[in-house]
Write a protein that binds this ligand. Structure first.
Ligand code: ADP
Ligand code: NI
Length: 223
């Protein structure tokens, strides 16, 4: 019986991974399949030291960026709807689907500005996994990729970081990419929810600080 359940679980995960990879084929490179693959791997690693339903964790990691509202006229429900429709089509348990949808709906950093209405151990794992991919060397690369995609300046010493961004302001920000480090990326290491993620985060955080120091030194013509 367990054997059959395991086979069924890995069938569901494989089907989902294939669906996500296909759907994100033309995604911008900060949010592409490779981001999903890294988050999926992070999530599996973090889950090893947590008591969680691994199926929910893996499905939510795979589907968490299936349709980002930023690219769909701010429609906040599109991701969970797309995920739900797909999971239904491969006959996943209704309860698992509901949980995965809740995670997708509530996961973004913006939701953690007081708007999250749901939390679970599984969600914490996926959220940490996603946040880890926003920091460190990869986080830096993703930030500049996103900034380029949005035609942002890389840095402008005349524009100060804004530490009190509301959800709307955050979305519509036209600030230089370096500001994003101070407004978001450097805050992430203290927002980790699980046991394993803070250890990984702290090393990636240090690397970002070193990067910013070097950036400033070069900007000012010192190095
Ligand atoms: P995710 O959906 O993966 O949690 P976001 O959609 O908030 O994250 O952002 C995706 C990537 O784009 C992240 O690496 C993030 O740092 C970067 N990003 C988001 N907003 C900005 C911004 N204003 N400037 C630079 N990078 C940004
Ligand atoms: Ni993501």
């Amino acid at each position: 019986h367990t054997e059959i359940t395991n086979q069924h679980t890995s069938f569901i995960i494989q089907k989902t991974a294939t669906f996500v990879k296909q759907t994100l084929q033309n995604a911008e490179s900060g949010h592409d399949w490779w981001h999903i693959l890294r988050v999926w791997n992070n999530a599996k690693q973090i889950a090893q030291t947590e008591e969680v339903d691994l199926l929910v964790v893996e499905l939510a990691a795979l589907l968490h960026d299936i349709a980002d509202s930023k690219f769909h006229n701010g429609d906040e429900e599109i991701g969970s709807k797309t995920a739900g429709d797909f999971l239904k089509s491969i006959e996943v348990d209704a309860e698992v689907i509901g949980h995965v949808q809740q995670i997708i709906r509530n996961m973004s950093f913006k939701s953690s500005f007081g708007e999250a209405t749901f939390s679970s151990e599984e969600m914490k794992v996926v959220q940490d996994a996603d946040r880890l991919d926003a920091i460190g060397a990869i986080g830096i690369a993703r930030a500049f990729t996103y900034g380029g995609f949005k035609n942002r300046e890389m840095y402008n010493p005349e524009i100060e970081p804004n530490f009190n961004l509301t959800k709307e302001a955050y979305k519509n920000s036209t600030a230089p990419t370096i500001n994003h480090f101070y407004e978001k990326l450097l805050l992430l290491k203290d927002r980790m929810n699980t046991k394993t993620a803070p250890k990984i985060a702290s090393q990636r955080h240090q690397f970002m600080e070193l990067y910013l120091e070097q950036f400033a030194a070069e900007w000012n013509g010192i190095k």
